[in-house]
Design a protein around this ligand. Structure first.
Ligand SMILES: Nc1nc2c(ncn2[C@@H]2O[C@H](COP(=O)(O)OP(=O)(O)OP(=O)(O)O)[C@@H](O)[C@H]2O)c(=O)[nH]1
Ligand SMILES: [Mg+2]
Length: 278
């Protein structure tokens, strides 16, 4: 029986969605991973430009804000389980807008309802750290209060991420009376290479985003938290990387499993989902 895995791939702009999708697809194409393609993938247009750039060792562009496309990849894992992976690529502004505008387009509502698995990309390196009593002198809070104009406070990046998960949970009408088993939640700490850390991904998340960590841990039975470096190193959009061009993009990129183990197979996060679904 073929399982249908519709991935709700969630990530704001610039977290690495397009490069992950392209590297994932490339691994499937050259058979350099545990998952195998067992039929013809369709709707690859979203990734053709990115694949072309990566083959030359260059990074690809930001996805247009309003674009949304889904590719369909028939895959099989090493125990013969079949799945149809529906992998989206879109401009990350759409995710930011869900939270800031608090209006959910019908198309996004459908996507949330249909998704079997939620995969959230978080790029720790580009998140702003919070302003609080520890990072700002008390004095600055005192002066802020005296001003006539009400101070404009934006929620922190961490609070916004939690808000996003709450909105998605509400949309999907999940009751939070007890921790969720489904939809399965995978948090990928993307561009892991930038962080230059040897910490375990769950420990790093707990240290850097403690509020998100406890939200996720109290609402899901078994959230997976992995590190992902789809590219392994930064690439320029203009100057080609020689190693990429000679060895091929499939030779780059890795995931860090929750126990710290490093694997070159960036399809592992999805393979784990297939195994758990059975
Ligand atoms: N160092 C490093 N940089 C990465 C990695 N993955 C992506 N990047 C860079 O991060 C930037 C954003 O990556 P994209 O894949 O375009 O991000 P996106 O989430 O698709 O962004 P939007 O299309 O704007 O929604 C690009 O400049 C990439 O070169 C990685 O694994 N390591
Ligand atoms: Mg993109």
């Amino acid at each position: 029986m073929t399982q249908q895995h519709t991935i709700l791939l969630v990530g704001e702009s610039n977290v690495g969605k397009t490069h992950y999708g392209a590297q994932f697809l490339k691994r499937l194409m050259v058979k350099a991973c545990a998952l195998k393609m067992h039929g013809a993938p369709t709707n690859l247009e979203a990734f053709t430009t990115a694949l072309g750039c990566l083959t030359e060792g260059r990074a690809t562009d930001h996805t247009p804000a309003s674009s949304y496309v889904e590719s369909v990849w028939p895959i099989q894992d090493d125990s013969g389980r079949l799945a149809e992976l529906i992998w989206p690529d879109y401009g990350g502004e759409q995710v930011r807008n869900l939270v800031t505008e608090r209006r959910i387009p019908a198309t996004w509502r459908e996507r949330v309802l249909q998704a079997t698995d939620w995969v959230v990309l978080i790029r720790l390196h580009s998140l702003r750290s919070e302003e609080d009593l520890f990072s700002r002198p008390l004095r600055s809070f005192a002066t802020a209060e005296k001003q006539d104009e009400p101070a404009k406070f934006e929620p922190s990046d961490q609070a916004r991420t939690i808000e996003l998960l709450q909105i998605l949970l509400y949309l999907a009408q999940f009751s939070l009376d007890r921790p969720l088993r489904k939809p399965r939640l995978t948090l990928l700490l993307s561009c892991w290479d930038e962080l230059q850390t040897t910490e375990l991904p769950p420990d790093l998340l707990r240290a850097r985003l403690p509020m998100l960590w406890s939200f996720v841990r109290s609402n899901w039975i078994a959230p997976s938290i992995l590190g992902l470096s789809a590219l392994e190193k930064p690439l320029s959009k203009t100057v080609p990387d020689v190693d990429y061009a000679t060895r091929g993009p499939e030779d780059f990129g890795y995931v860090i499993l929750p126990n710290g183990e490093r694997s070159a197979d960036i399809t592992l996060p999805i393979k784990r989902l297939m195994a758990e679904a059975a």
